[in-house]
Design a protein around this ligand. Sequence first.
Ligand SMILES: NC(=O)c1ccc[n+]([C@@H]2O[C@H](COP(=O)([O-])OP(=O)(O)OC[C@H]3O[C@@H](n4cnc5c(N)ncnc54)[C@H](OP(=O)(O)O)[C@@H]3O)[C@@H](O)[C@H]2O)c1
Length: 320
Amino acid sequence: MKAAIINQFGNPDVFEIKNTEKPIIKSDQVLIKVKAVSLNPIDWKQRKGNHKYILGSPFPIILGYDLSGEVEEVGTEISKFKKGDLAFGVLDNKYGGALAEFAVGHEKCFSLKPKDLSYEEAAAVPMVSLTSLQAFRDIVNLQAGQTVLVNGASGGVGHVAIQIAKMMGAKVIAVASSKSKEFIEQFKPDSFIDYAETDVLKMDKKVDVFFDVVGNYTFPKTKHLLNSEGIYLNLNYLNSLTKLPVNKFHELFTKKKAKSFLMKQNSADLKIIADWISEGKLKINIDKTFQLEQISEAHEYSQKGHNKGKNIVVINNSNN
Ligand SMILES: NC(=O)c1ccc[n+]([C@@H]2O[C@H](COP(=O)([O-])OP(=O)(O)OC[C@H]3O[C@@H](n4cnc5c(N)ncnc54)[C@H](OP(=O)(O)O)[C@@H]3O)[C@@H](O)[C@H]2O)c1
């Protein structure tokens, strides 16, 4: 099968498009014929080797987590999917493996693709939507009437987080650059802060949740902006682990909390998200679309970190 492979960590030009072995599924796995993939910052962080001390260097590596496609084969223990189903999801292997004609994952990684979404649109959905849903529902227990600040509001996670927070009845303060203001306004945040013009740390409002998607603030720095039981949630998981001792100290004499988490593969959550999209309650924006052969260019663009929504890599152009 054709795949974008890396044989070393490094710059976006480390990719090679090569033929490699089609993956073999285990009894509890599903093989997907991949149609489209969306990029997430974890992809370029892994390409650079940022996770090599945890995940090792098992070259050749195929990166990529978010995908859509057609079920090609199912293991003997699989009951929810059959060959020919159209699916979307987020892979659960070390380093993913989506940037290829075929990719493999456990059943929990996938759900049926909403019929009204193209493969490109469906591939854009999983990681950013699961992250926003699980962050607000499971980690901060967001309640109607509460105020959430979304820092990094125009990116993949941010633009979805605004919509899910609004659906849950929260008030949203969106933080991004002035270039993203018009894009963000379609998702109806209650207010907007241009981070280049206004120092967020000096704002005169308090929030119940400081959702630090970009991860360029800290709990000690934002504590004064939190309501009495407010939560600072940092999405940069590895970075926030290093801050644990400091955060614990700052939690000592207050009910305010610092949290971090990692998104989890979950078919039931993907189904909730698919239903929201089909009902017109949630919209995922595609910024740029690339072909597999343009993967270096796609990573370079994604790594700049100023996309509006998601970037897509098309693996197989045939529609269904
Ligand atoms: N823990 C988890 O499970 C999990 C899951 C998904 C993602 N993440 C992490 O979450 C982060 C964001 O992911 P993403 O997919 O949303 O990335 P993204 O699409 O690349 O987000 C980029 C956005 O960040 C905004 N931005 C850049 N610099 C900023 C600044 N100084 N202040 C405020 N906003 C700024 C940009 O807005 P402008 O263009 O207007 O500057 C842009 O829209 C990444 O670090 C990713 O690894 C973690």
